[in-house]
Design a protein around this ligand. Structure first.
Ligand code: ZN
Length: 481
């Protein structure tokens, strides 16, 4: 490695030294975001936005396949609407940003910038819903929201972020519940199948559920540093909002009824999760399915006869096979500099092709997660690369899963856990009596929270390790972002 190349890598703080610095370095070096003049608000730059577009495309296709349509609601909502659902206003009021003036004129009623859109959507749904024949309402919007957060971190917690929020109305409770869980399954697929990020799916405790929800379901991922990340939530809102907003329809028997309501969202925070699950000290590691560019071809000794022609030929082959590919034939930088550059950017595979390779009808391929050179034949080249991408996608998922398993601990002794929580960060699996008192105690004494009551239950014993009372539910506990 030349000095220039070494310096290049050195600018990323090793994660073992300072995880939080490492995370910021990876993001800033890759120009995924930049800080804006308003504290807590981030600018998403092209490479970062391409990741969001990949998530959007994948999720949007699945929403549409399951009958949802997209709409758009206004950014500003009158104050009177916020006050309609009691729990909701209590939950969100501290984070709401207000608009008080239009030009120089003070507004008769203050407007708030949506922290989520249940209120305005319910207001409109009331106008649109008449009969059971109108149901279900299956709508989603892709938009930005603002929550005035005090401490922020790119992607993970920002005052403004991008998300989608689905809002559906149903005739019966069962249909709403089915919708809530079906969406959670779509989210699981976004996390696991697209981002190769394993998640635990389950229900939130009463204390941790969404403000105004009947029940909240979640997927929780474990980051490199052993902290959990809530990666998406789906809420069965019951009739809380539909009653508060007086949304009624004429039922099958001619009686007026309140519909059942769901809402659900995933956000740009998923990109933070993606980074903290797969990336390393050399920079980003992107699973092939989400990588904006999957393969980069780097010609070696490109001035020699035939090299660029061959590189171009390979480029065309991969492109024709539907692989997202780039050819870097710039002569400003050495191949070694380019290798570092694309390693940092997390391109899943790089192909090196030089005169000797061409002679032997082969190329060198390097997978970003392994960084080992592999000689591959140019016979069936696109097929080979395509299957390498699939294998890498799968390997990254398995690796992340193994990391999660290695950092998941069964806790039966709460006193021991209080010591271990800082030494051995990760998921703690324990039994719980379902008392909020024990939940608060965990949070106060360890800083960890109940991430979820997983669907996949195990019996780890009969007592709650916090209070010693009878326990029937297993929970996941962790410190979280
Ligand atoms: Zn207890």
């Amino acid at each position: 490695m030349s000095k220039k190349e070494k310096d290049f890598v050195k600018e990323i703080t090793p994660m073992e030294e300072d995880f939080s610095r490492w995370y910021t370095d990876v993001i800033m070096k890759n120009e995924l975001v930049d800080y804006s003049p308003v504290k807590g608000f981030m600018v998403i730059r092209p490479y970062g936005f391409a990741l969001w577009e990949g998530i959007q495309k994948y999720a949007d296709e699945r929403f549409k396949e399951t009958g949802h349509k997209n709409m758009y609601f206004p950014l500003l909502i009158p104050e009177s609407l916020l006050n309609k659902e009691k729990n909701h206003v209590e939950g969100f009021a501290p984070e709401v940003a207000w608009v008080t003036h239009g030009g120089s004129q003070e507004l008769a009623e203050r407007l708030f910038i949506r922290p989520t859109s249940e209120t305005i959507i319910c207001h409109m749904y009331k106008k649109w819903l008449n009969s059971y024949r109108d149901l279900p309402f299956l709508y989603n919007q892709w938009c930005n929201i603002v929550r005035w957060e005090k401490s922020t971190r790119p992607f993970l917690r920002t005052a403004e972020f991008l998300w989608q929020e689905g809002h559906t109305l149903h005739e019966t409770y069962d249909e709403a519940q089915e919708e809530t869980l079906m969406i959670l399954e779509i989210y699981r697929s976004v996390a696991e199948d697209l981002l190769a990020m394993p998640v635990v799916v389950g229900k939130k405790s009463e204390k941790e559920k969404f403000a105004g929800a009947y029940a909240t379901y979640t997927m929780e991922a474990l980051m490199h540093d052993g902290q959990a990340l809530q990666a998406g939530t789906s809420h069965n809102l019951g009739q809380h909002f539909t009653k508060a907003f007086d949304i009624k329809f004429q039922g099958r028997t001619g009686q007026e009824e309140y519909p059942y309501h769901t809402s659900w969202g995933i956000t740009t925070r998923l990109i933070g999760g993606l980074i903290m699950v797969h990336s390393d000290n050399r920079g980003l590691v992107l699973p092939p399915k989400i990588a904006p560019t999957q393969v980069v071809i780097i010609p070696i000794a490109q001035k020699k006869e035939g090299v660029l022609e061959k590189a171009n030929e390979l480029y065309e082959q991969l492109k024709a096979a539907g692989i997202r590919v780039e050819l870097d034939d710039s002569s400003d930088n050495s191949p070694g500099w380019k290798f570092n550059q694309y390693e940092m950017k997390g391109y899943p595979i790089r192909i090196e092709i030089g005169p000797r390779d061409i002679e032997n009808n082969q190329a060198v391929a390097v997978r970003r997660d392994k960084l080992e050179k592999e000689t591959i034949s140019l016979q069936n080249f696109a097929e080979t690369i395509s299957s390498m991408l699939d294998t890498m996608q799968n390997d990254l998922f398995e690796k992340a899963k193994a990391h999660r398993e290695a950092h998941t601990y069964v806790v039966t002794d709460y006193e021991q856990y209080k010591k271990d929580v800082h030494e051995k960060p990760g998921f703690a699996k324990m039994m719980w009596c379902k008392d909020e008192e024990c939940e608060i105690k965990i949070k106060e004494e360890t800083g960890a929270t109940i991430r979820c009551i997983p669907f996949e239950q195990e019996n780890l014993g009969n007592v709650c390790p916090i209070c010693g009372k009878e326990a029937k539910h297993m929970i996941y506990v962790a410190r979280a972002y």
